[in-house]
Design a binder for this molecule. Structure first.
Ligand SMILES: [Cu+2]
Length: 339
């Protein structure tokens, strides 16, 4: 048994108590909301199962062979109608209660608050890479402050993965070429387990990590301790040069390509006559699949960068493009000489 395997076995045994618990801790607002709903549904189902079981037993005893129970036909009365109506209506009411209870729970999971702190997460065989808005990067761990709404924007570098945090009762697929979102507000400081819950290759089971929920004060300390990294936009500016994007896109270049200054969030007219809002997904597509949306008035000469730029760097390029204000590139030569 080599040392590495030894370490893993130890790791496995060490966490066994956490793996085998029946209910993971409730560590987020979302966990409490879905647990309450789940247990209410389980409760109602249990009551109905109980009612059916009691009736079955009662009828078995009452109408058993040889008993002198009345087996004659019931005369058709208005009463029977009322029984059917009551049953149907009460079922309807129960279902409607659950409908109006669960819809907001579901919608909140897919449309979180606008002011949430956005953190990018990229799945990759077999790890989770985390990109904080201030440039801090982590692998297989995610540090967040308690009590603050967090939005995770997920994507993946290779195959489909799924971001699963049992303590938050949250799971969302990370899909290649797509951004999916996950919102949560952690309620208890502590360390929680993170899994990939979509089979993604030989070492899928090792694609685990931890979520560290910290008090505001601890989080501030953590940020300053890791703080002196370039911002994603600054890193993106470097990459924009390194990958030769500036050769086409910057003002002075001879090749005709649209200016990207101030494009984020604006409608872009496309060659097929439609317009599209330049959001993250559009910018991502423009880099890896330029022919998907061709900007009106331009020849589609941009090469596809699919598979050539890691997702983490695409995030930085997008951060750079987002940071540009309209007119930023007008003073082309000045811009270029300081790079
Ligand atoms: Cu995975």
């Amino acid at each position: 048994m080599n040392e590495r395997f030894d370490g893993e076995l130890f790791d496995y045994l060490w966490h066994l108590d956490q793996d085998l618990i029946l209910m993971p801790p409730q560590a987020a607002v979302e966990a409490v909301r879905s647990d309450t709903l789940l247990f209410a549904m389980l409760g109602v189902s249990a009551l109905i199962v109980l009612l059916v079981a009691v009736l079955i037993t009662w009828f078995c005893l009452r109408y058993r062979a040889g008993s002198n129970a009345d087996r004659g036909h019931r005369p058709a009365t208005k009463n029977r109608h009322r029984l059917e109506l009551t049953l149907a209506l009460s079922m309807f009411v129960i279902f409607m209660v659950f409908f109006f209870w669960s819809v907001p729970v579901y919608l909140d999971l897919y449309r979180g608050p606008k002011d949430a702190l956005t953190i990018n997460v990229v799945g990759k065989q077999w790890m989770w890479r985390v990109y904080h808005p201030n440039g801090i990067e982590e692998i297989n761990s995610l540090h967040v402050p308690v009590g603050e709404p967090i939005r995770l924007r997920l994507t993946t570098q290779d195959v489909i993965h799924s971001f699963f945090v049992p303590a938050f009762r949250l799971k969302r697929d990370a899909v290649p070429g797509m951004y999916t979102n996950l919102w949560f507000t952690a309620t208890k400081p502590g360390t929680y387990r993170l899994f990939c819950s979509e089979y993604c290759g030989s070492f899928h089971s090792r694609m685990r990590g931890r979520i560290v929920v910290m008090t505001q004060a601890d989080y501030e300390t953590w940020l300053t301790r890791h703080g002196s990294v370039p911002s994603p936009a600054a890193a993106g500016k470097q990459l924009f040069q390194a990958y030769g994007c500036s050769g086409c896109h910057l003002g002075r270049s001879s090749v005709r390509a649209p200016s990207l200054a101030g494009i984020y969030g604006r409608p872009v007219p496309l060659a097929d006559g439609t317009t599209i809002i330049a959001d993250e997904a559009y910018l991502h597509d423009s880099i890896v699949r330029p022919v998907k949306h061709i900007v009106a008035g331009y020849v589609p000469i941009m090469p596809s960068f699919a598979g050539q730029i890691p997702e983490g760097e695409i995030l930085k390029l997008i951060a750079y493009i987002k940071s540009l204000e309209p007119g930023d590139w007008e003073q082309g030569p000045v811009q270029r000489s300081d790079q």
